[in-house]
Design a protein around this ligand. Structure first.
Ligand code: BMA
Length: 367
C-alpha cells in the first residue's frame, strides 16, 4: 500500500510539473482551433465567439419561480425586469439519483426537461449542475460526516455499484432531452463543483487529489460515452482568494477534460474581502484558462438577498473586467434566499441600467 502511495504521489507531482512546464513554455492547447463537428464543439465555438462580444447573463431556475411568485408558467424575473430571457439558464439534477419526481429545490424533473429544451430551442444556452445525495450515508450533498465516500464510489469501492446506477439515472434523464424534431441537445455540465471547500461530500478534506480526479474522470468518461458529443465540461472551484499553480493544479482535471474553467463566487462577507478575493481568483483562473485555450466563466455568483442596491455595477461588474468571461450566473431567486435579477430586488434599477447599456448579453443578444 505504501509503495502505491509513493507511486501515486510521484505521478501527481510529475503531472503538476508537466503542466507547469507547458505553461512556462507558453504552450496553448489547440482545442479552440479544431473545426466544430459535434454539437458540443459547435456550442463551445459559439461561446468562444460570444465571449468576444460580451459577457452573457445566466440565471439558475429562471422559469420556475421568482422572489415573489412560484410555479407559474411563462414567468421569468429576468424577462419581467429586462424584457428578455437570460442568455444562459441553469438547472440542477439533485434528486434524480433517488428517482424523485422533483429535484432538491422542489422543481419537477418533467418541468426541467421541458424548460431546458424550450430555452435551447429559443437559442439559449443551458447548463446543468448536480447536488447528489451522499451515496454512503444517505444524507444530502452537504453531509460530510464520512470522509471515505469518494473512494468508495470508485471501481472496487463499496458504493460503486450504487453510484453506477446513479450515473445511469443522470445519463438517462439527459438523453431524454430532445428537441421537437427529436434531435439531442448540447449543454454545459458542471459536476463536482466548489471542490476546494469542504462542505460537499466530494470536498477538499473529504478526499485526496487522486480520489477527486478519479471520480471526475470516471463520471466524465461515462457521460461522454452515453451522450457522445453533447457535453461541454465546466470545472468550478469556489472563491479561494489566493490561487497559485501549486495550489490550483493538483485538483484541476486538465485542459483535455475541461472546456470552461469556472469560478463560484458569492459575497458572504465584507465588500473589501470579496472584491480583493474574487478579483484575484478571476484574474488567476481566466489567465490560466486562456493560456490553455479554455473559456472562463463566473459559474455561480451573487449577493444573498440582493441587499446592496448597486452590487452589480459597483462590486461585481468591475471584477469581470479583463477576464473575457463568457457568462455570469447568479443563483436562484427563491423568496428566502435570492441572488439574481428581479424587479422585486433592491438591485432592480442598477441591473436594468446595465442591461439597457448592453453591459451584458441577454437572449436576443446571442441569437
Ligand atoms: C444552494 C442553496 C440551496 C439549494 C442548493 C441547490 O446554494 O440555494 O437552497 O438547495 O443551492 O440549488
Amino acid at each position: 500500500m505504501a509503495v502505491f502511495c509513493v507511486i501515486f504521489d510521484t505521478m501527481k507531482k510529475v503531472s503538476v510539473f508537466l503542466t507547469l512546464l507547458l505553461l512556462a513554455l507558453g504552450f496553448t492547447s489547440c482545442k479552440q482551433q479544431t473545426s466544430a463537428s459535434t454539437p458540443a464543439q459547435v456550442l463551445l465555438e459559439r461561446m468562444t465567439a460570444l465571449s468576444e462580444k460580451g459577457i452573457m447573463y445566466g440565471h439558475q431556475d429562471d422559469p420556475f419561480y421568482g422572489i415573489t411568485w412560484q410555479w407559474e408558467r411563462d414567468r421569468s424575473d429576468t424577462k419581467e425586469l429586462c424584457g428578455d430571457y437570460p442568455a444562459v439558464m441553469g438547472f440542477d439534477l439533485g434528486g434524480l439519483e433517488e428517482h424523485h419526481d422533483k429535484n432538491l429545490d422542489s422543481v419537477p424533473f418533467a418541468w426541467i426537461r421541458e424548460e431546458a429544451v424550450r430555452h435551447f430551442e429559443r437559442g439559449g444556452i443551458i447548463t446543468f449542475s448536480w447536488h447528489p445525495r451522499n451515496p454512503r450515508t444517505g444524507g444530502t450533498a452537504w453531509d460530510t460526516t464520512d470522509s471515505t465516500v469518494v473512494r468508495n464510489l470508485l471501481v472496487g469501492g463499496e458504493q460503486h455499484e450504487l453510484f453506477s446506477g446513479w450515473m445511469a439515472d443522470v445519463a438517462a434523464f439527459l438523453q431524454s432531452l430532445k428537441t421537437t424534431d427529436n434531435q439531442p441537445v448540447s449543454f454545459i455540465f458542471r459536476p463536482w463543483h466548489e471542490y476546494n471547500g469542504s462542505w460537499f461530500w466530494w470536498g477538499y478534506d473529504l478526499c485526496s487529489d487522486d480520489e477527486y480526479l478519479t471520480l471526475w474522470s470516471m463520471f466524465q468518461d461515462y457521460m461522454n460515452q452515453m451522450l457522445p458529443g453533447q457535453i461541454v465540461w465546466s470545472q468550478s472551484p469556489n472563491l479561494q482568494g489566493n490561487w497559485t499553480d501549486e495550489t490550483f493544479l493538483p485538483r484541476f482535471a486538465g485542459a483535455e477534460r475541461v472546456d470552461i474553467l469556472g469560478l463560484d463566487c458569492y459575497q458572504w462577507g465584507s465588500e473589501e474581502d470579496y472584491i480583493s478575493g474574487a478579483s484575484a481568483d478571476a484574474q488567476y483562473l481566466s489567465q490560466l484558462a486562456h493560456r490553455l485555450g479554455l473559456l472562463f466563466a463566473f459559474t455561480e455568483c451573487g449577493r444573498v438577498n440582493s441587499d446592496i442596491p448597486d452590487w452589480w455595477s459597483r462590486i461585481f461588474m468591475p471584477i469581470t473586467v479583463g477576464t473575457h468571461a463568457c457568462y455570469f450566473l447568479p443563483w436562484r431567486n427563491w423568496h428566502e434566499e435570492h441572488f439574481g435579477a428581479s424587479a422585486d430586488a433592491s438591485t432592480a434599477s442598477d441591473f436594468l441600467r446595465l442591461a439597457n447599456e448592453h453591459q451584458f448579453l441577454l437572449l436576443q443578444d446571442i441569437k
